[in-house]
Structure formats: C-alpha cells, structure tokens
Design a protein around this ligand. Structure first.
Ligand code: AMP
Length: 286
C-alpha cells in the first residue's frame, strides 16, 4: 500500500489501472481506524480491483472546536491497519491540499435530511461540510463505488441524496454498524472515554435494545417505544440529546412503528458526544 498526499499523485497512481479497466472503490474516513472502518475496506476489497482509503479530519464538519482539537490521529497506525484490511492506496491530503487559499465553494443538501437530528443539534453546516468534502473526495478519486457506514445513518442518507441529485457516477453503498461485544458502536471517539464513561456509553445501545424489545413485545406506538428506550438510559445516568423514531428514508417523525423505522440517538457521555441507531422492523427479522 502506498500513501499519497496530493491530488496529482493520487490521479497519477490511478491513471494506469483505470486505463486497464480496473474498478476503484473509495472508503472516506477521518482516520483513527477501527473495525468499523476496516469492515468498509474489506467490503470494498471484495467489490473493486483497487481500494483507496482517504484519511482527512475535515475541519468544516466540526461544529465544536474542542471536538476537532481532541479528535484522535495516528497516521502510521492507520496505514498499517488499512494495508492489512486490503487497501491499495492511502490518500492523506493536507488541509491546504483540500482547501487551498481562495476556496469558497460549498455543496449543500438542504431540507429535512440535513435540518433534523444531527443537523438540528450540530447545525446544518455540519452536513454542508460533509457533502462538500465528500464531493471533493469523489472528484479527486473518481471511484466506481464509495462505501459509508450505517453508524452514521443520516450522513449515509444525505450522501445518497447528494449522489442522486448531482448525477454522481459513483455507486454509494452503506455497510452495517460494527459493535463491541457489549453493544457499543465502534467510533474513533471511543478512545476518549474514561473507564467509567466507557460503561456509561452503553446507555445508547441499551436504549436501542429496549426499543427492539418493546417492539418485539407488540408495542407499535412511537411515544411508548421512545419512553422505554429513554428509561433504559436512566441507570447509566445518560440523558439523550435526541432520541427519535423517524422514517428511514426522509427522517420525518413517525407516530407508530408500522413499517421499518429508524431509531436514532445522540448523547454526551463525559466529554464525548456519541451517536447510534438501529432499524426497527415490525414485521419480524432484524
Ligand atoms: P469517520 O472516520 O468516523 O468519519 O467514519 C468513516 C466511515 O466509517 C463513515 O462512513 C462511517 O459511517 C463509518 N463508520 C464509523 N463507525 C462505524 C462502525 N462502528 N461501523 C461501521 N461503519 C462505521
């Protein structure tokens, strides 16, 4: 695996394989790779001839300067993990390479997809930062396929919308959330949890499980399921920033879980803001 830092080097590295008809997959990441990222790289490996992993902590999608400062970084470690998972190229551009002086363009997905949930709490600018950098990365790499995680369910919907609206020639695929054995969704931010907060972080996955249990027991009413999910967080002394049952396509709130519904939760645990989600399926199987 090679590490490249400029768009010119990246395009030079991809030119010949592309001329030879080889397909390219992109896995965009902010680094500090964990098994969730690696599952995306492995899925990419199975579907494309060449796998590019991008590593860029994008400042424009952070609404909190302290969160950006504290975001874990370890490029050497990431390079080893990406290589072992089957990546061919690590694209690790500098801030100046992505946002050269004079940069002023934004790519925005507007409306409920970016206004609600994460958009309501972090500000819609968070998603504008995401869609701008993802558009740039897709233009830099020109992949046939790009992979994203269901862990960031709203982001995945926003990127699908972006790709459809702008006729992007890249197929967008979303892969399942990878969890710790005890249920905690893997996140680069988990390393910032102190031992006690690591326990409390189980509040989120416990809420999701309580909602699944309520559904399995026959409850369909969204308010009742939400109440059960919130109650499961109380013993951990964690208050959700939001906990919402919404349509998994347009993110509008639902009153009753009569078809597949997205349950999304966000909460601060100590100094770390965590998100998680699950799909509730009233017709069994999940
Ligand atoms: P990040 O580095 O956090 O921006 O994440 C890069 C990609 O990995 C995004 O598409 C995330 O949705 C995905 N991802 C993050 N955590 C997980 C996880 N636990 N399971 C699966 N995918 C994940």
């Amino acid at each position: 695996m090679r590490t490249v830092r400029t768009v010119a080097e990246l395009r030079a590295a991809l030119a010949e394989p592309r001329r030879n008809g080889r397909t390219v997959a992109l896995v965009p990441t902010m680094g500090y790779l964990h098994d969730g990222h690696l599952s995306l790289i492995e899925a990419a490996r199975k579907q494309a001839d060449l796998v590019v992993v991008s590593l860029f902590v994008n400042p424009t999608q952070f609404n909190d300067a302290a969160d950006l400062d504290a975001y874990p970084r370890d490029e050497l470690r990431d390079a080893g993990l990406a290589q072992d998972a089957g990546a061919d190229l690590l694209f690790a551009p500098s801030l100046q390479e992505v946002y050269p002086p004079g940069f002023t363009t934004q790519v925005r997905v507007d409306g409920p997809l970016t206004d609600t949930l994460e958009g309501a709490h972090r500000g819609a600018d968070h998603f504008h930062g995401v869609t701008t950098v993802v558009t740039k990365l897709l233009n830099m790499v020109g992949p046939d396929l790009a992979l994203f995680g269901q862990k960031d369910a709203q982001q995945a919907l926003v990127i699908r919308r972006l790709a459809a609206d702008l006729d992007l020639p890249t197929r967008v695929e979303v892969a399942p959330t990878v969890r710790e054995p005890d249920g905690l969704a893997l996140s680069s931010r988990n390393v910032r949890l102190a031992a006690e907060d690591r326990e409390r972080a189980l509040a989120l996955s416990s809420a999701l499980r309580a909602a699944q249990d309520a559904l399995a027991a026959g409850t369909r009413d969204a308010a009742t399921i939400t109440l059960a999910a919130r109650a499961a967080m109380t013993p951990f002394d964690v208050e959700p920033e939001y906990l919402a049952l919404v349509d998994p396509e347009d993110l509008r709130p639902v009153g009753s879980v009569d078809q597949e519904t997205l349950l999304a939760v966000a909460a601060h645990v100590g100094p770390v803001r965590l998100i998680d989600n699950t799909i509730l399926n009233p017709n069994g199987r999940h």
